[in-house]
Design a protein around this ligand. Structure first.
Ligand code: ZN
Length: 83
């Protein structure tokens, strides 16, 4: 038997995979065994492959703080009815 002993990235502390296929296999196993969908990406620091919980294609499409919804003020023109 051959055991895969994972090394961890010094920068991200994530498990290092030497090629994309190996990382993708681990991601598939995670989805099957735990229902956790993972994405594969190449680390710019160590040059190996890591898994991430976030979809890389949407991770940089977050909403800026100044575009978040403001709480709406009361309707304008509302007049309390007088008796
Ligand atoms: Zn790394």
């Amino acid at each position: 038997m051959h055991y895969f002993t994972p090394k961890r990235c010094a920068t991200s502390n994530k498990i290092m995979y030497h090629d994309k296929a190996q990382a993708q296999y681990a991601a598939d196993q995670s989805l099957i065994e735990r229902g956790a969908e993972l994405w594969v990406y190449r680390c710019e620091f160590c040059g190996t492959w890591h898994l991430t919980h976030r979809d890389p294609s949407t991770s940089y499409a977050h909403t800026p703080l100044n575009q978040q919804l403001k709480p709406r003020s009361r309707k304008k023109g509302y007049k309390p009815r007088r008796r």
